[in-house]
Design a protein around this ligand. Structure first.
Ligand SMILES: Cc1ncc(COP(=O)(O)O)c(C=O)c1O
Length: 365
């Protein structure tokens, strides 16, 4: 098998199967495919909600990078996460990491609540706490590592073992690390989730998501869900993500080295209170007052005050208002998601320009 750098560019290889030998995989911008006679469609494709060649190539490439049996590309990371939560039944107990992207907390608290799941938040950074919280009726453990925005790290291998011993599955959101830095399935996870909007697409121009499954049985369930509920990814977005992923390896190296440069710079600033960094290109840090946090957000020029992450452009986010407004106040306080916390997605610009912009934003009033 080729290395991950090569598979980001070629996937498992498509040129032999493309009739016109296109080097860049074509965008099959079609809703439907022709049949010769009833039951005979030579391409194997019927209707693009269910499957489409561009999406198939993207899904196969992500499966290859994550070591998954199958991957479904969704219209957003949240659509992929909703599909995962749709796999359960009323009364099922699900353990969730306590520091999650705020949209997932909103999904659990405001949408999935109608399904009468027994959802419990647990500190997954300590496997002993997961072992203590798991029950005979626990069907899944769901976590982010590192988590958004506090960069808390969980031991995938240890938690997979606890989950499996109790007949539950483990789902890991791998958005922050990407398969370039972390392979949850190789460490025992059963599902991997991505907001493909972030590092996989990588250019702040596409919204997409992935749900990768390790087992054929789980894959069949997710395929049934995706073709029936229909939040699958359009051909053009599939192509944008394929194009973005070609440079994933290069970008991740640069995101990481730029983030380490920013972390080292933050360590020398008296305005900074705490720094949270766990690898990759993401850093959260708190400053000594909410006024300072707001002033930095007002004064950045090259760095954009914006809500996403994982793209070529450096972005600065205010989690308490932007990504986590629907997380209950006491949960935010306990986790450290205060009005003094900033989250930075360090882009791939020249690090001197990033530091120059931070320097002027920190000193401006
Ligand atoms: C870790 C994580 N998972 C999932 C999502 C949701 O993905 P999307 O915005 O593509 O729906 C986000 C969004 O910020 C995220 O940060």
């Amino acid at each position: 098998m080729y290395s991950i750098e090569t598979r980001c560019i070629h996937g498992e290889g498509h040129t032999l199967s493309d009739a016109n030998c296109a080097v860049s995989f074509p965008i099959y911008q079609t809703a439907c495919f022709s049949h010769l006679t009833p039951g005979h469609n030579p391409s194997g494709f019927d209707y693009s909600r269910e499957s489409n060649p561009t999406r198939k190539f993207l899904e196969e490439t992500v499966s290859s990078l994550e070591g998954a049996y199958d991957t479904v590309a969704f219209a957003s990371g949240m659509a992929a996460i909703s599909a995962f939560f749709d796999c359960f039944r009323p009364g099922d107990h699900i353990l969730c990491g306590e520091d999650l992207y705020g949209g997932v907390v909103r999904l659990i608290d405001q949408i999935e609540s109608k399904n009468d799941y027994r959802i419990e938040y647990v500190d997954t950074t300590d496997p002993a706490k997961v072992a203590a919280a798991i029950r005979p009726d626990t069907k899944a453990v769901y976590l982010e590592t590192p988590s958004n925005p506090m960069m808390r790290v969980s031991d995938i291998r240890a938690i997979a073992e606890i989950a499996h011993r109790n007949g539950a599955v483990l789902a890991v959101d791998n958005t922050f690390m990407t398969p370039y830095f972390q392979n949850p399935i190789a460490e025992g996870a059963d599902f991997v989730i991505h907001s493909g909007t972030k590092y996989l697409s990588g250019h702040n121009d596409t919204v997409c998501g992935f749900l990768c499954s390790k087992s054929p049985e789980a894959a069949a369930r997710i395929r049934l869900l995706s073709k029936t509920t229909g939040a699958t990814l359009g051909p053009f977005e599939c192509w944008l993500c394929l194009r973005g992923m070609k440079t994933l390896a290069l970008r991740m190296e640069r995101h990481k080295s730029n983030a380490e440069t920013v972390r080292d710079w933050l360590r020398g600033r008296e305005e900074v209170d705490q720094i949270y960094y766990a690898g990759s290109g993401m850093i959260s840090f708190s400053v000594k007052s909410a006024e300072k946090a707001l002033s930095i957000l007002r004064n950045v020029k090259l760095i954009t005050f914006s809500e996403s992450l994982g793209g070529t452009e450096s972005l600065l986010t205010y989690p308490s208002l932007q990504t986590h407004p629907d997380v209950p106040a006491e949960q935010k306080e306990r986790l450290g998601i205060t009005d003094r916390l900033l989250r930075m997605s360090v882009g791939i610009e020249d690090p001197r320009d990033i530091l120059g912009d931070l320097e002027q934003a920190f000193t401006a009033e």
